[in-house]
Design a protein around this ligand. Structure first.
Ligand code: NDP
Length: 227
């Protein structure tokens, strides 16, 4: 059975991914910032590891503990501050924090786990991004602000696309996936999708990834999203 590694899996979409994959018999190594917050996760994951993606010492200690090959690495941990504030109310420290979690974090984790991904059979690298990081989506009527989150996800998309080019010669398939608008602490109660629906869709898309899909930006149903 393939081994999946999922970051930020103690709640929300990460937890649903862990449950979905574990239920079909896959091996799931999942991370939480605090083990104590991960009781539900501990019931389904093969192993829960502590990881703060913004802390280089945490990332390197974590990478030393992960000694097995990883077939699919899912960079899922995310942070959404500054919801829609106008410019004069924006907390710029929160913008930096969003970039650290959403854009730099996946690069740190990918770099640290690259030897494990190289050793895996499936060689799939998945970044859970957002349609809100699409420059084209800024034309949409809703959510015109949210600079911290949207700019950090756009930065993730660029970083992930560059990584997809760099890692392609090694046979690593990278994908940037939007999970839909999902009922989580981040997505809120008005979101149309349950975490189970999103996770089931994401797993189907991940299962179907082929070398020709390297560098794609898709949603949880496999639909292409414009950059
Ligand atoms: P939640 O807010 O429910 O969960 C976020 C997860 O990320 C938590 O496990 C949290 O851990 C973890 N996390 C936050 N900061 C760090 C950090 N520094 N290091 C490690 N882990 C961290 O979010 P969702 O489940 O909704 O989101 C999952 C992913 O999906 C994110 O990347 C998000 O941007 C993306 N997404 C979500 C959408 C939605 O509608 N929900 C829509 C589009 C994209 P802790 O519990 O310790 O805070």
């Amino acid at each position: 059975m393939p081994t999946y590694l999922i970051t930020g899996a103690n709640r929300g979409i990460g937890l649903a991914l862990a449950k979905h994959l574990a239920a079909r018999g896959d091996t799931v190594i999942a991370t939480a910032r605090e083990q104590g917050k991960a009781t539900e996760l501990a019931e389904v994951a093969s192993r829960v590891e502590e990881l703060d993606v913004t802390d280089p010492a945490s990332v390197s200690a974590f990478a030393e503990r992960v000694t097995e090959p990883i077939d699919v690495l899912i960079n899922n941990a995310g942070f959404y501050p500054n919801r829609g504030e106008p410019l004069d109310q924006i907390d710029t420290e929160a913008i930096l924090r969003a970039f650290d979690v959403n854009a730099v974090g996946p690069v740190r984790v990918t770099r640290a786990l690259l030897p494990r991904l190289r050793a895996g059979g499936h060689k799939k690298l998945v970044h859970i991004t957002s349609v809100m990081g699409s420059l084209r989506s800024v034309d949409d009527a809703n959510q015109k602000r949210s600079i911290a989150y949207r700019a950090s996800k756009a930065a993730l998309n660029m970083a992930a696309l560059l990584l997809s080019n760099e890692l392609e010669p090694e046979g690593i398939i990278s994908a940037m996936l939007h999970p839909g608008w999902v009922q989580t602490d981040m997505g809120g109660g008005k979101a149309p999708l349950t975490t189970e629906q999103s996770a089931a869709g994401l797993v189907k898309v991940i299962d179907g990834l082929k070398p020709r899909d390297n560098g794609c930006f898709r949603d949880y149903q496999g639909k292409k999203i414009p950059w």
